[in-house]
Design a protein around this ligand. Sequence first.
Ligand code: 13P
Length: 251
Amino acid sequence: MRMPLIAGNWKMNTTLAEASALVEEIKERLDIIEGVEKVLCPPFVSLTLIKKLLHGSSIKLGAQNIYFEEKGAYTGEVSPLMLSGICEFVILGHSERRQYFGETDEIVNKKVHTALKAGLTPILCIGEKLEEMEARKTEEVVTRQVNGALKGIESPQRLVIAYEPIWAIGTGRAATPEDANITIAIIRKTLSHLYGDGLALETRILYGGSVTAANIFEFVIQPEIDGALVGGASLKAGEFLSIVEQSAAAK
Ligand code: 13P
């Protein structure tokens, strides 16, 4: 049985004060929800403060990015070594990073390698563009992205994948749960080709893209969908709590 996971990707939102206010607002209710792994991914600068606020709770932390080198003259970058001890997860290859910061499958692959080496669990994001979906290329795109991101990785014991169709991110137009389930089954099949059925069946694959309290239940009751990577709705305390509570109830 795969433990469902709900991760909040706060993206480039919240000052330190806003981040700590949001954590204070959700942490008690979130902490007691069982049967779902709960992960908050705030901006880098809030990680250490939030780690302190969450001390002793069941809520875990993730970063939103890393650089693929461990240290050196890379002004402005954050290395995975700096994060180990602070957070357990790291979002990698988010479509916004691919779109605005030129991240290719090759770069994402390097990041997956360094993250795993540093003991972090990658939340590897993949997903097709609108025109690719319309041209029925979803399967081809996600398969290429998974193979590209995991190139040279022998056996990724710590890996979460998030299927986030780009046209569904921040648009209010989520994929249908049935379509997301079909694509996630394809992603699992790709993992199975790479690593065998055992690892494919153990790896959690999330859906992301306009997830809200109103639609989460329909996603998490799908057999292949193991939770969600939530953007906008993770910044609203009541909404995020409801998403996690419904996920616990659904599974
Ligand atoms: P929204 O939930 O705001 O659509 O964002 C999804 C996302 O990109 C999470 O990583």
